[in-house]
Design a protein around this ligand. Sequence first.
Ligand code: ACO
Length: 426
Amino acid sequence: MTESLTVRDNRTGKDYELEITDGTIRAADLKQIAVDGQPGLATYDPGFVNTSSCRSAITYIDGEAGILEYRGYPIEQLAESSTYLEVAYLLLNGELPTTDQLAEWTHEVTYHTFVHENLKQFIQGFRYDAHPMAMLMAGVSALSTFYPEAVQIDDAENRQLQITRMIAKMPTLGAFAFRHQQGKPYIYPDNGLSYTANFLAMLFKMSEPEYKADPRLVQALEVLFILHADHEQNASANAVRAVGSTEVDPYSAVAAGIAALYGPLHGGANEAVLRMLRRIGSTDNIPGFIEGVKAGKERLMGFGHRVYKNYDPRAKIIKKACDDVFEVTGVNPLLKIARELEKIALEDEYFVSRKLYPNVDFYSGLIYEALQFPPEMFTVLFAIPRTSGWLAQWSELITDPEQKIARPKQIYTGHRTREFVPIGQR
Ligand code: ACO
């Protein structure tokens, strides 16, 4: 053993040497630490706050330094110079594509954007007020019935086909869900447009023969998609991996990821930021609001992160993208309040000492609102680009010989071996 940990079990006085690999010990190595007749030692870690569930080479985060890298490339460089499809290729394949590889990948994705007509009818079956994220989740789940061969997860070529299909069809399903909620006709994909331009067309096209979104808005959405593409072992990636570990088809595993992202603790904070800014109403009210936060009455939404104890690098990029979007759409009046709020919080000892900085959600809601999205669409706008990350995590899981079905232990706290009592005697 090159690095090791020696632990003494004070119940028995015995010492054990446990190997340290990559800054971790194997939980299974603790099993040997046992008192006669009792099960070996285990760890207890609700919420996985200090447990690594896998080895991964996809996304690197240093929360203290505010660093985010996909396959070793800093997020700032990708957001500045890349496209979403190029980043999706990088996440899925480990390397940036060559010109030919990117052309082929773009072609493949573009020509899988259409969905079966029955899937359209399936979306049409939802009530007029169905939440678009729930429709998206059901739509992705339904895709598994159209591609039953997707269960052959050991076949690499088959896996690649399903990955291409899912990345291609996600904007179509998301746009159909949006149009359904608005009571507008669904718009079919336009294969002459880029991934994000096509998505905007499917969302907003009306009677014009060709919908051309402003290139600055297309670019802003491209950047937002890149920023949201992956974030290592977050709750939804963990859900995809846990469900995927049963060797179910990838559509079902990704539907689980969408379910996790739907939760307000994961994908819904940007909507809460908008509500908060609206409630503050004017920069004059900020000091009073901050005092309330410091007194523990409420949280400053869009601030703080479990991993980032520094400025979330994605928030910095989004803040810049705001300017480009507002140049087209006109400034969202809430931006002034957001900027002032950020300035005051970053100078305040309460936030400084707790390392609370703006996270990705602080500015993203403002952009989405300026782009005419209703708040229910915000999580859909997160799920579409995150699909490439989920599928990269899923592929890594499927090809990792160390992975097993995800099945945690428990500490049982209930009754034992009771005598059944007939209903008349209870
Ligand atoms: N406003 C005010 N105080 C805060 C905030 C906040 N936004 N976030 C944390 N704190 C304080 C806590 O009250 C606590 O103070 P204390 O030590 O005096 O009790 C301290 O900072 C540590 O907070 P924890 O809750 O332990 O931090 P944790 O890592 O568990 O929480 C979380 C992270 C959930 C993101 C939290 O910062 C929060 O609720 N932020 C607001 C919601 C938000 O913006 N969520 C989006 C996250 S990004 C994403 O999911 C894509």
